[in-house]
Design a protein around this ligand. Structure first.
Ligand SMILES: [Zn+2]
Length: 278
């Protein structure tokens, strides 16, 4: 009898060990998957990028990153046409991970766990860099490398306009992107390549492209009622567009300076948008 009891106990211990080991193994796999950052799985070939080093958060670029001329991205390129407007689709990386980071950012700064927006304003920027590809590759990655205490979501705008006026669309228009403190929850961002060292050097081709793009967006989203240069961000506070839970999170912006904004305001005056004194 004693022998039988010993066998039963030994068997029970053995079975428990097997079950315990299986649970630990499964748990390990689950953790590995949760920590898997999709954006880091796609290697980007190196290519030096001339990116200005004196830039700070949200619309400014801070590192010498590598380019994202990635096969998976290139193969997805297509051209969209709205009236005579040509938009080249050149998406940055958006996996479930970037969406999660966008929701975390929105929760931290706006108190809403959202990754999409209802556009109410268009915000015009410059990159403070003269390198489209360098800017694109910086925006491409999902996780920020700077200002991470204010959120891990990487910066990007929705559109990037090169110096020859080529319009690239980087994300869906209604994705919540990090490009303007206080305003990401309600704005579509247009970056223009240029403005190195704060100098107004944006081109006529860029102005024309911006005018066309603003019309395209206004027609597509009647909810858009404002047009702002990033340097006019304080005006947004007066009309209820500004939301920011972290009071220390603010930087003054020069882009895209008054002369460019004046041209854009003049060129879009019939579009029914509310603008502010440039
Ligand atoms: Zn800006």
């Amino acid at each position: 009898m004693k022998k039988v009891t010993t066998i039963i106990i030994t068997s029970l211990v053995a079975v428990s060990l097997v079950v315990f080991t299986a649970i630990i193994y499964a748990k390990g796999n689950q953790i590995a998957e949760e920590e898997n950052v999709p954006g880091e799985l796609i290697p980007l070939p190196d290519e030096s990028a001339n990116v200005s080093a004196n830039m700070t958060s949200e619309c400014k670029i801070t590192d010498n990153s590598t380019t994202g001329q990635n096969a998976a991205v290139s193969s997805g390129n297509k051209e969209l046409t709205g009236n005579q407007l040509k938009i080249v689709y050149k998406p940055v990386l958006i996996t479930e991970y970037r969406k999660q980071l966008a929701r975390e950012y929105a929760n931290m700064h706006y108190g809403e766990y959202i990754d999409t927006i209802k556009p109410q304003t268009i915000i015009i920027h410059w990159t403070a860099s003269d390198n489209m590809q360098g800017t694109y590759s910086y925006f491409y990655r999902e996780e920020a490398t700077v200002d991470r205490e204010y959120g891990r979501l990487n910066l990007t705008s929705h559109f990037l306009v090169d110096r020859d006026g080529t319009i690239y669309q980087l994300t869906p228009e209604t994705f919540l992107n990090r490009h303007a403190i206080g305003l990401n929850w309600c704005s579509i961002g247009i970056e223009n390549v240029g403005g190195v060292n704060g100098k107004q050097d944006l081109t006529e081709a860029q102005l024309k492209a911006n005018i066309q793009l603003v019309k395209y967006l206004k027609d597509k989203y009647p909810s858009i009622t404002y047009l702002l240069g990033h340097y006019q961000q304080d005006h947004a506070k007066k009309v209820g567009l500004w939301k920011e839970k972290v009071s220390s999170y603010y930087t003054g912006k020069p882009d895209p300076v008054r002369i460019f904004m004046q041209g854009l305001i003049d060129g879009t005056k019939d579009y029914g948008l509310t603008v502010f004194e440039p």
